[in-house]
Design a binder for this molecule. Structure first.
Ligand code: GDP
Length: 369
């Protein structure tokens, strides 16, 4: 069969992988009239003004970032506040070359009321500074619920100063959901203004939404970040561990030498210290199992995938976990397991060990509550 090309973006049509460029359902290819065919992504864009995410690997993405670095533009970087370290674009500061960045933390609707948004905002800024980034501003939004969108639109207008706006982010952070909201806001009274084009030097298509005669919003494909927990688990498990509504905190008063299993995905051992309150912040669907430290290993051997579930599997076996040891120094500290949630400890001087799947980020921060 000769290679078919989408007349919207020029991508080669393929019918196998819906997540990759050029996907078109088989039935549409069979119905093709007059050699005119749109890939599913362009079709949705044309008819519904809806962006569908395509993903790509680091090398291609670096090419895009380098191009962005060569232009004077405002870069909007979207991250998932539940997976902040896992959803930061690796090396972004180096490639963006001093361009202005607006950081957008998405999924704020999932935070319990007890979380202080100002503290979250400050923590995000501090973490960015450690990565060598100084954003112009930080916005907290919920793309799904439409929270904080007005403020974000105001920030975009304020900071873009007549320049192009590039939107970047990892897969799964809610980029398409947010971009679709932004597009709808900018195009409320206009029709047919979305265009797709190739990104120079790559085979990737980008989406441009003209803002005025000279400038546009440019949506770049979602980058795959290997550290995201989302890449280790099956789609079914991902569904289970992704909170869907405001998470409810759980409180556990633990003595030393006790352990909490977070489903079968992570484990926290309270090794030493005085009796302490541990406040868990995970998807309500995840069962927290409490046990004695001396029994924890054996429990894993007999119950991984049974009582302790879901688990991350590797070649049909529970994946080995990596240990992270901490000595808590602040009065209130969050131990964050990227992509999963966090545990707040009240008091100081505790020694804890966190076991998490290899590659998944674990970190501590001053508590957000
Ligand atoms: P993309 O891969 O970054 O384009 O992400 P999507 O827009 O496809 O969203 C990924 C997942 O996050 C989907 O299950 C969305 O329903 C969910 N999601 C997106 N935005 C939000 C949000 O503001 N709050 C919550 N709770 N979920 C969201």
């Amino acid at each position: 069969m000769e290679q078919l090309k989408c007349i919207g973006c020029g991508a080669t049509i393929q019918t196998e992988n819906p997540k990759e460029i050029g996907y078109t359902p088989k039935s549409s290819v069979e119905k093709m009239e007059n050699q005119i065919i749109y890939c599913q992504r362009c079709f949705k864009l044309k008819h519904y003004n809806e962006v569908q995410d395509v993903s790509l690997t680091s090398d291609d993405f670096l090419k895009i970032l380098q191009r962005v670095g060569e232009t004077d533009a405002l870069v909007i970087n979207i991250v998932d506040i539940f997976d902040f370290s896992g959803s930061m674009v690796v090396g972004i500061s180096r490639h963006i070359n001093g361009n202005d960045i607006l950081l957008v933390g998405n999924k704020v609707d999932l935070l319990p009321k007890s979380v202080n948004k100002t503290k979250l905002n400050h923590w995000m800024r501090r973490s960015l500074k450690e990565m060598g980034l100084k954003p112009l501003d930080v916005a907290l939004v919920s793309a799904a619920k439409g929270l904080g969108i007005d403020e974000l639109m105001e920030m975009i207008e304020k900071y873009r100063k007549g320049r192009d706006v590039y939107i970047v982010g990892c897969t799964n952070v809610g980029k398409s959901t947010l971009v679709n909201r932004i597009i709808k806001r900018f195009t409320e009274e206009r029709e047919d203004i979305i265009t797709t084009s190739h990104f120079p030097g790559t085979t990737l298509d980008i989406i441009e939404i003209p803002l005025d005669d000279d400038t546009a919003i440019i949506d770049t494909p979602g980058i795959i970040n290997d550290h995201q927990l989302a890449h280790y688990v099956t789609p079914k498990v991902l569904k289970e561990i992704t909170p869907k509504k405001e998470i409810k905190a759980g409180v556990y008063q633990l003595n030393p030498e006790q352990t909490l299993y977070i489903g079968g995905l992570a484990r926290m051992d309270f090794v030493k210290g005085e009796r302490t309150s541990f406040i868990t912040h995970f998807s309500n669907a995840l069962h927290i199992h409490r046990t004695k430290l001396e029994k924890a290993d054996q429990l894993w051997q007999t119950q991984a995938g049974q009582v302790l579930k879901p688990i991350v599997e590797e070649n049909g076996q529970p994946m080995a976990m990596e240990k992270h040891v901490y000595r808590i120094g602040k009065e209130k500290t969050d131990v964050v397991i990227s992509g999963l949630g966090w545990i707040t400890l009240v008091g100081t001087g505790q020694e804890i060990t966190v076991h998490a799947p290899k590659g998944v980020g674990v970190l501590v921060r001053p508590s957000l509550i």
